[in-house]
Ligand binder design. Structure first.
Ligand code: PLP
Length: 362
C-alpha cells in the first residue's frame, strides 16, 4: 500500500503535487516539440516563451512595478550575500544590516568582505527570538542600504512589518517566505530568494531590483556578478538554469490558478495557526520560543521539554508518513517547514500527531 508522505523539509522543499505531475507528463516531449525542456536551446523559441511567461507570471503575482527588473540567476541566495554589496555600495563607505538570526549573520559576514557593516539592530539580547522594532534601529543616513532577512528559516522568526527608510534602499533576503503572501515590492530596493522553497527546484535564484540600483558595480566586477549584465541580456548572458526556470514557471501558474497570493496567504495563516495552537496548548510539552508577532508562517521550530524523547517523536512521525522534521543541526529539536506546497491536510495530520504524542508521553 502506498502511504501518503508529508515532507516538512526546510529546503529543497516539497513542490506542488500537480506541478510534479505536469513535469512528468511533459518530461520527454514538451508540447509536441519532440524535446524535453532539458534538451532545448535557451535561445530557441520554445524556451524563450517558457522564460518570458515565467517572468510575466511572477510579475503578475507580486504586482511588480514596471521600474523593477526580474533577474534569473544562479549561485543561490548565498551568492547574493556578495552580489548585494558589490552592486549596491555605490561608493558609500558602509552598509547596514539588521541581525535576526543565522541567515542574517551569514549575510553580514559576507558583506564584511566588501565594506564596513553597521548592525542597525540585533535580537541577540533575547536569544534571536524576535524582530527589533524599527524605532529601536540605528541607521546612519549615509549608509548604502539596509539589509533584512524577511524570514529566518532556522530560527523561525519573520518580519511583521516593512521598515520605512526614506531614500535608503531596503534589501530583503526573501528566500523562505517569498510568494507566501502579497508583498509591496515598491517598498524595497532589492529582493532576492533562492528558489528551492517556494519557487521551484534548487539552482535558480530570483532577484527583483529597482532600475536605478542597477549599473553601479565597480568596473573590475566579474561579468557574472554584475546585475547590469543580467538586466541588459534578460538573464541570458550565459546558459541559465533552464529546467529550474521551467518548473518555477509552472509553480507560478499553479499559484495564479489557486487565486494568487491573497489566497495563498489565507491558507498559510490557517496552516501556521494549526501548529502553533498545538504547541501552545501542550502546556510546556512542546515549546516555540519566538515572540508571537514574529512567529514564522513558513518554518515552525519547536522543542520537546524532554529531548530524550526526540528520537521516539521522529520515529512515530515517520511511521505516520511525516518526514524531515528534525531541527537544523545548529539548534536541535524539531522544525516543520510548511511552505506553499504543503497541503493543509499535512499540517492537520502533524498537529493531531503532536497532540497524540503529548497525550501518550506527557
Ligand atoms: N537565506 C535564507 C533565509 C535561507 O533560508 C537560505 C537557505 O536555506 C539561504 C539564504 C541560502 O540559500 P542558498 O542555499 O540558495 O544559497
Amino acid at each position: 500500500m502506498n502511504q501518503t508522505i508529508f515532507n516538512f523539509s526546510a529546503g529543497p522543499a516539497v513542490l506542488p503535487h500537480v506541478v510534479l505531475e505536469q513535469v512528468q507528463a511533459e518530461l520527454l516531449d514538451w508540447h509536441g516539440s519532440g524535446m524535453s525542456v532539458m534538451e532545448m536551446s535557451h535561445r530557441g523559441p520554445e524556451f524563450m516563451k517558457i522564460a518570458a511567461e515565467a517572468e510575466q507570471d511572477i510579475r503578475d503575482l507580486l504586482d511588480i512595478p514596471a521600474n523593477y527588473k526580474i533577474l534569473f540567476l544562479q549561485g543561490g541566495a548565498t551568492l547574493q550575500f556578495a552580489m548585494v554589496p558589490l552592486n549596491l555600495l555605490r561608493g558609500h563607505g558602509k552598509a547596514s544590516y539588521v541581525q535576526t538570526g543565522i541567515w542574517s549573520k551569514k549575510a553580514i559576514a559576507e558583506a564584511r568582505r566588501f565594506t564596513a557593516v553597521e548592525i542597525a539592530a540585533s535580537n541577540e539580547d533575547r536569544h534571536a527570538s524576535y524582530v527589533p522594532m524599527q524605532a529601536d534601529w540605528q541607521v546612519s543616513p549615509d549608509t548604502a542600504y539596509v539589509h533584512i532577512t524577511g524570514n529566518e528559516t532556522i530560527g523561525g522568526v519573520e518580519f511583521d512589518f516593512i521598515p520605512d527608510l526614506g531614500d535608503i534602499p531596503l534589501v530583503s533576503d526573501a528566500s523562505s517566505h517569498i510568494l507566501s503572501k502579497p508583498m509591496d515590492v515598491s517598498r524595497f530596493g532589492l529582493i532576492y530568494a533562492g528558489a528551492q522553497k517556494n519557487i521551484g527546484p534548487a539552482g535558480l535564484t530570483l532577484v527583483i531590483v529597482r532600475d536605478d540600483l542597477i549599473g553601479h558595480a565597480p568596473a573590475n566586477t566579474a561579468t557574472m556578478l554584475d546585475y547590469a549584465v543580467y538586466a541588459k541580456e534578460e538573464s541570458m548572458h550565459n546558459t541559465p538554469p533552464t529546467f529550474a526556470i521551467y518548473v518555477a514557471g509552472l509553480v507560478f501558474k499553479w499559484l495564479k490558478q489557486l487565486g494568487g497570493l491573497e489566497k495563498m496567504a489565507e491558507i498559510n495563516a490557517r496552516k501556521a495557526r494549526l501548529l502553533y495552537d498545538a504547541i501552545d496548548e501542550s502546556r510546556g510539552f512542546y515549546a516555540n520560543p519566538v515572540e508571537t508577532r514574529n512567529r514564522s508562517r513558513m518554518n515552525v521550530p519547536f522543542t520537546l521539554a524532554d529531548a530524550a524523547m526526540d528520537e521516539a517523536f521522529l520515529k512515530g512521525a515517520r511511521s505516520h508518513g511525516m518526514i524531515q522534521l528534525k531541527g537544523h543541526r545548529s539548534v536541535g529539536g524539531m522544525r516543520a517547514s510548511i511552505y506553499n506546497a504543503m497541503p493543509e491536510i499535512g499540517v492537520q495530520i502533524l498537529a493531531d500527531y503532536l497532540r497524540d504524542f503529548a497525550r501518550q508521553h506527557g
